[in-house]
Design a binder for this molecule. Structure first.
Ligand code: UVW
Length: 327
C-alpha cells in the first residue's frame, strides 16, 4: 500500500509547476477570470458563515497538543472608571488617555484570545505537514523554526483571497443519511456520484467543500476525542482526483479532511501529505456546512462564491477563519 502511495505522490507532485519560488500551490488555479465567475454566482443575496464558534466548547483539548480557545476580558464593565485607572498608569500615553476620558461618558471593553491556530475552523498552510525532510516545492523542513515558517506560511496566500467558485459535494445528503458512519472513507467514485447527482461539474480553480455530516455529530455529542478519531472523510485516493480536476483547495466538516483512523498503517495522514506537501493544496478543516447543506438541498444550487481569507499571521502554519459562502 505504501508503495502505491509513493507512486501517487510522484504523480501529483506540483513542485516547480508555478516556478521554483512558488508558495501558493494549487491556489494558482484561481485566475482573475475565475474570481469574476465566482462573483457572478451571487444571485440571491444569501450568506452562509461556515466558521464554528471559537470558545471553550470546541472539539479540541483531548489529545494534549491542542486546546480550545481561552477568551479573557482585559477591560470590562467592572472597570467602570477607566479614566481613574489610566491616570494612575505610569506612562504618559496612559495618563493622556485618562485626561481625555475624565468626566466624559465614554467607557470601553477589551479582550484577548489565547488559542492554537488549529483550534477550530481553519486552513492548513503548506508548511503544516512534510515528509522526507521537504515541504511543498522542495523547501527544506529546516525553513520552519521556532520563529515560524519562512517558506509556505499562511500569510503568503492572502493574495489569492481565498476567493473563488465554491461547490458543495454533499456526500451525506446524496446517500440520504444525516451523517456518514464513523471512519467511512470517501473515494473518488463517491465524489463523482455526488457531483453528478447535484448537476455539478468540477472546474479548474474550484474550492471543493465535502460534507460528511460529521460536524453535527460533534454538536450533538460534544465528545471531541471520539469525534475526531472516528471521522469519516476523504481517502488518500482522492488526492489524484483533486489533482486531475485542478481543484484549488478542499475543505471538509471533520477534523482532518481525511478519514480517521489512518488508512495506511505506516503512513498516517497520507492524504495530508499528498495534498499539502506534494500538490501544494491548503486544507480547510472543521467547516460547518449544515445550513449551507439545507439550503442547497432546498434550491438545488450547489455552487456559490466562497470568500475564505486567512489571517495574516506572519510565519504561521495555519489560520483560524470564518469562511463565507454566498449565493
Ligand atoms: C494534524 O493533526 C497534523 O493536522 P490537522 O490539524 O491538519 O488535522
Amino acid at each position: 500500500m505504501a508503495d502505491d502511495w509513493r507512486k501517487v505522490a510522484e504523480k501529483v507532485r506540483n513542485w516547480g509547476r508555478w516556478g521554483d519560488d512558488d508558495e501558493l500551490g494549487t491556489l494558482n488555479f484561481i485566475t482573475a477570470e475565475k474570481v469574476r465567475q465566482a462573483a457572478s454566482l451571487v444571485k440571491q443575496g444569501k450568506i452562509f458563515a461556515l466558521g464554528i464558534n471559537f470558545d471553550g466548547n470546541g472539539p479540541q483539548g483531548a489529545n494534549g497538543t491542542r486546546r480550545n480557545p481561552i477568551h479573557l476580558m482585559s477591560v470590562d464593565g467592572g472597570d467602570g472608571d477607566a479614566a481613574e485607572y489610566l491616570l494612575g498608569v505610569p506612562s504618559p500615553h496612559g495618563q493622556e488617555l485618562g485626561q481625555i476620558f475624565k468626566g466624559g461618558p465614554m467607557r470601553f471593553n477589551d479582550d484577548y484570545i489565547i488559542m492554537p491556530l488549529q483550534a477550530g475552523t481553519q486552513w492548513d498552510a503548506l508548511a503544516h505537514v512534510y515528509y522526507d525532510g521537504q515541504l511543498y516545492n522542495g523547501y527544506p523542513a529546516s525553513s520552519v523554526t521556532s520563529a515560524g515558517a519562512s517558506k509556505d506560511s499562511i500569510d503568503k496566500i492572502d493574495k489569492k483571497g481565498v476567493v473563488s467558485r465554491g461547490v458543495l459535494l454533499d456526500v451525506a445528503h446524496h446517500r440520504g443519511v444525516p451523517h456518514l458512519p464513523p471512519s467511512t472513507p470517501i473515494y473518488p467514485e463517491d465524489l463523482d456520484a455526488t457531483a453528478e447527482a447535484e448537476g455539478i461539474t468540477i472546474e479548474s480553480g474550484d474550492v471543493v467543500l465535502v460534507r460528511t455530516g460529521w460536524w453535527q455529530v460533534f454538536l450533538d455529542s460534544h465528545e471531541g476525542e471520539s469525534w475526531a478519531m472516528g471521522s469519516p472523510g476523504l481517502s488518500w485516493k482522492c488526492a489524484e482526483w483533486l489533482w486531475r480536476h485542478e481543484v484549488a483547495a478542499v475543505a471538509c466538516d471533520n477534523v482532518a479532511v481525511e478519514v480517521l483512523p489512518p488508512e495506511i498503517e505506516d503512513t498516517p495522514l497520507a492524504f495530508h501529505l499528498l495534498a499539502i506537501r506534494d500538490m501544494g493544496m491548503i486544507l480547510g478543516e472543521m467547516w460547518d456546512m449544515e445550513a449551507l447543506s439545507r439550503d442547497c438541498a432546498d434550491d438545488g444550487v450547489y455552487e456559490f462564491q466562497i470568500v475564505a481569507p486567512p489571517l495574516r499571521v506572519t510565519g504561521a502554519v495555519g489560520t483560524p477563519l470564518n469562511p463565507l459562502a454566498m449565493k
